[in-house]
Write a protein that binds this ligand. Structure first.
Ligand SMILES: [Zn+2]
Ligand SMILES: [Zn+2]
Length: 159
């Protein structure tokens, strides 16, 4: 393969719409305030970004580094190692912002840096998301499996 066709291939990858949106999701992950996992998500409809989110505390509330992931505020939660009880996940945050602004997410496409957990998967199905593209595999496959069961097209892609 000569140099110019290599460049063309690289260019095609760079310009690939799905990869462009996944790179946006990765950029947004930098805004995450829960250091257990930096995750970014963007919702696309008709080729445009209609909402986005990252892992973080609800607006105006303490960040994870200020309340140890909510553990001290949730004494009922015995297993302190289980999961963060403070941050809202990137997918849920992007749906919540759309709801707050009155933006329909029906038939929307979600790009998220890590495959969704089962809680977010249920929300995404309920919110009418039709496709999910993710990059990294979350440690638990339940969310991804649930999406498929719920009729959502799930695809793993890189950037
Ligand atoms: Zn946290
Ligand atoms: Zn989640």
């Amino acid at each position: 393969m000569n140099t110019s066709s290599n460049a063309e291939l690289r260019n095609a990858r760079v310009r690939d719409k799905n990869r462009v949106f996944m790179r946006i999701a990765w950029e947004l992950s930098a805004l995450s305030t829960c250091d257990r996992k930096y995750v970014g998500a963007v919702i696309i409809r008709d080729g445009r970004c209609i909402s986005w989110g990252f892992n973080g505390a609800p607006p105006g509330m303490l960040h994870c580094d200020q309340n140890n992931h909510g553990w001290y505020d949730a004494p009922y939660h015995d297993d302190k190692k289980l999961s963060c009880r403070n941050a809202t996940h990137a997918e849920a945050n992007s749906l919540a912002f759309a709801a707050r602004q009155g933006i329909s997410t029906d038939k929307g496409i979600l790009y998220v840096t890590v495959s969704p957990c089962d809680v977010c998967a249920r929300l995404l199905i309920a919110a009418g998301i039709s496709k999910v593209f993710y990059d990294e595999e979350y440690r638990l496959p339940a969310g991804r499996e649930l999406l498929v069961k719920g009729g959502v097209e799930v695809t793993q892609i890189g950037v």
